[in-house]
Design a protein around this ligand. Sequence first.
Ligand code: NIG
Ligand code: FE
Length: 388
Amino acid sequence: MSTLLTGVGELVTGDPSLGDGSLLGLLHDAALVVDDGRVAWVGRSVDAPACDDVHDVAGAAVVPGFVDSHSHLVFAGERSAEFAARMAGERYSAGGIRSTVAATRAATDDQLAARAGAHVAEMRRQGTTTVEVKSGYGLTVHDEARSLQVAAALTPETTYLGAHVVPPEHADDPGAYVDLVTGPMLDACAPHARWIDVFCETGAFDADQARAILLAGRDRGLLPRIHANQLGHGPGVQLACEVGAAAADHCTYLSEDDVDALASTGTVAGLLPGVEFSTRSPYPDARRLLDAGVTVAVATDCNPGSCYTSSMPFVLALAVREMGMTPAEALWATTRGGAASLRRDDVGHLAVGARADLAVLDAPSHVHLAYRPGVPLVRETWVGGVRA
Ligand code: NIG
Ligand code: FE
């Protein structure tokens, strides 16, 4: 059955070869045909073909569904007291992860699935149609594997993050924990994961440990990505480029060599400005990356510690206001940039053939996403051609 979405005041195709030829490929007074879950036609509404069903959005802007390329949704408990302490002057450190690990281990499978599902539903209401979900709060063979099974029921973009931190029971022998992550834990998790990730940072894993972990995962067919250069300068970005990671996420503290390596390898820089907001830290310099030709994605990093927002419109607004991005660049980074980070070409845009994943805004232009921060502007979210 075909559906005509018409009366689109501004259609963001995400394809510069369409419409006005800009980065976002804007079409005005536009329409889009959805057939079998895909975009079958885009153009001016006056030229639209007949369809089985017609849905008139009365002048609204339509944008590609957001692609959230970084989240940690499988967890139990919450850390609002830690947030309040930070806002009273405490610094963020990787150590807080361990309190979520304890709560997650104590939760049942059903509790973890219900909570993660609720967060995905919350994301959908805010226009997110593709989300990457990591494990990383279990840190035993059993708890990492079940975290990934919970994630896999929600998204194909699942990431094994057994190397989030060294759990307390291995504090005396981190090497033994790396052996576990690259051995029995990898065996149990690989069937449920597409990606492998490691938190490469002081207090988590150093470059040699992170390299061993990413290469072990790569040998098992998992695709590397990394948490890098979040809390200070470090080796994570160079390692990402060395192992051919799809993305280096955080990228808050970068040297010139880091920027050059990202630009020359095509590794996507994933910026997570909700983290800087929620830890009251300096924002990454998106302008510097864009001007150097680096592909930039912007994502939520939704997690109970460093950033507990599920809202792509919120991080988009932060990217504009705090990181020097234009509204068009920020929308690109939350859609096509996220898709590049996940090596997906079927999402993040609305050209013919793409998945019909989109958000209808209560606004005439995509600019309102940054211009009206904090306002729930997503009126409808469509996933695979179906209104979610
Ligand atoms: O991406 N950096 C490591 N992991 C998360 C934080 C997790 C936590 O604090 O619970 C992040 O910021
Ligand atoms: Fe993260």
